[in-house]
Design a protein. Structure first.
Length: 168
């Protein structure tokens, strides 16, 4: 499966590498949002030796700007949404992160968010709201983080490899 990221065409990843330093930043920033869902952007590159291995090199913590009535994010009639079970990224933050990453030879690889009361897997809502294929890291209530590729309403778990520093 192919998808287009800004500036290049690439295949979706076979695995995701995340340094322990990035894991610490990710967990800390997502926990800081408790009891609400926290969110972040994943910045990095495809690994030079294997482009299907994505290497997360920076975590860009974001504010959860979800609010009732966001038109782009339709809710099911029976849903009782709050920031405790929903998140939305500020488009201005995304643009700022994208520019910062580009200036440093990185790309926005995907998003991360927490499920403060749940498991580290995509909810039905996560899958419905993912408009384009993409990488999503999810931290569950026990601080376990899992990597997922979401496309066309289907979530595929990806191997998440923890590395020492930025050695990918």
């Amino acid at each position: 499966m192919w998808f287009e990221r800004i500036g290049q065409l690439t295949e979706w990843p076979e695995r995701v590498c995340l340094g322990w330093d990035c894991l610490i930043v990710l967990r800390s920033s997502l926990r800081a949002a408790l009891p609400n869902e926290g969110c972040a952007l994943l910045l990095g590159t495809a690994h030079s030796a294997n482009p299907r291995t994505w290497w997360v090199q920076q975590i860009w913590p974001c504010c959860n700007v979800w609010r009732p009535g966001l038109e782009a994010l339709p809710e099911l009639p029976e849903a009782v949404p709050t920031r405790r079970n929903r998140f939305a990224l500020d488009p201005r933050e995304q643009l700022h992160a994208q520019r910062w990453a580009r200036d440093r030879g990185l790309q926005v690889l995907g998003t991360a968010h927490s499920h403060p009361g749940g498991q580290p897997r995509p909810s039905d809502q996560d899958q419905r709201w993912m408009v384009q294929p993409g990488l999503m890291l999810i931290m569950g209530k026990d601080a376990q983080v899992e990597a997922w590729w979401i496309a066309a309403g289907t979530a595929t778990r990806l191997p998440l490899v923890h590395t020492h520093g930025n050695d990918g």
